[in-house]
Design a protein around this ligand. Structure first.
Ligand code: AHG
Ligand code: MN
Ligand code: MN
Length: 338
């Protein structure tokens, strides 16, 4: 595939190399790209179309929903449930799996998504994104159950995100096919391949963590960040830079482009809430981990590989340490030594 080709062409080509390809995968990715284009348009128009601010509701995680959280979820439902490419949908914004309205037109895939990631940034005009994960639906079953969604991250057929920043960029990782970046050309409404076979630099000098949680961190995280902060004079022997956008999509995108490490680790505050992490496993940690691994990086909970976690709930949370392999290895080693 050459730089400048369309996402549609890329997907058709990719589908040819998949076993038992029927065109459904192409159709599904096309539905997702339509949803992302719609969301890009809404995010771009913002206040002009009354999209900013809070809705009067909470999601299943007890978080106040932004208007755009609600609307982007509806955009996904509309784009994904009409064409018969999926058998079921899970979204951060819905308590349970979404039952498809037309049972006679169900596809062979299940989709899990975070329609609007980084929603705290929307009112201040900072980058937000969409994250998605695709797994196979069980064959010969009339209706998928919640358990059918609870597959290991290693089972994902494809994963991706769309970043609504200065440009709208869709990043796609079809299993075994590397990581490709497509930039939306608004003039003719197509995603165009702008970077192919993206590889994360192995070494980095940039970390991303919400330091306001420092007093709650576990010892291995304290040690790692403390050593980064000591710079050239410390045990790491190099000066580090820090970033925190509070949009996971934007952080992962930066890491794909210039390397780095992103951490939302387990801490005492999270544990006190009875939670197992901050970010959601099925539609944040798993898809991002597939993308990062396919780009040559690594993704762990600090203790084990995220893609091998055994999920037990669609909305469960997991600690996340991902990015340049050498740094993720250091953090993981510190956890497993302790
Ligand atoms: P969402 O907007 O889908 O709830 O996700 C936001 C996530 C993630 O994108 C980001 O890394 C993290 O929450 C930011 O958390 P803090 O506000 O604790 O920094
Ligand atoms: Mn999110
Ligand atoms: Mn979200």
């Amino acid at each position: 595939m050459h730089i400048g080709t369309t996402l549609t062409n890329y997907i058709i080509e990719t589908q040819r190399s998949l076993p038992e390809a029927t065109g459904e995968f192409t159709g599904l990715l096309n539905d997702i790209s339509v949803a992302c284009k719609r969301i890009s348009d809404l995010v771009n128009k913002g206040d002009l179309v009354g999209m900013l601010g809070s809705a009067d509701s909470e999601n299943v995680q007890g978080e106040t929903q932004k208007k755009l959280d609600v609307v982007t979820n509806e955009v996904f439902i509309e784009a994904l449930t009409q064409n018969g490419h999926i058998a079921g949908l899970v979204s951060e914004e819905m308590d349970d799996i979404y039952p498809l309205p037309n049972p006679s037109r169900r596809g062979r895939y299940l989709l899990l998504c975070d329609p609007l990631d980084g929603s705290s940034n929307i009112d201040v005009n900072v980058s937000v994104g969409t994250i998605f994960s695709i797994v196979r639906a069980p064959e010969g079953k009339e209706k998928p159950s919640t358990e059918d969604f609870l597959q290991h991250g290693t089972e994902q057929v494809a994963a991706g995100y769309c970043l609504y920043g200065p440009s709208t960029i869709l990043v796609l990782a079809v299993k075994g096919q590397g990581v490709q970046m497509f930039t939306l050309n608004r003039d003719f409404g197509e995603f165009i391949l702008t970077r192919k076979d993206v590889q994360i630099p192995e070494e980095t000098k940039e970390f991303a963590i919400n330091v306001s949680n420092q007093r709650h961190w576990e010892e291995p995280v304290r040690r790692y960040i403390d050593e980064c902060l000591q710079g050239k004079e410390g045990p790491r022997g190099k000066d580090f830079n820090m970033r925190w956008v509070a949009s996971m999509v934007a952080e992962v995108h930066r890491i794909l482009c210039r390397g780095g490490i992103f951490m939302y680790p387990l801490d005492a505050k999270i544990k006190a809430k009875g939670q197992s992490g901050r970010l959601r496993l099925m539609y944040e940690a798993n898809p991002m981990s597939l993308i990062v691994e396919q780009a040559g990086g690594a993704a762990t909970t600090g203790r084990q590989r995220i893609l091998e976690l055994d999920p037990s709930e669609i909305h469960e949370r997991a600690p996340v340490v991902l990015g340049s392999r050498a740094e993720v290895d250091v953090v993981t080693r510190y956890h497993n030594e302790g």
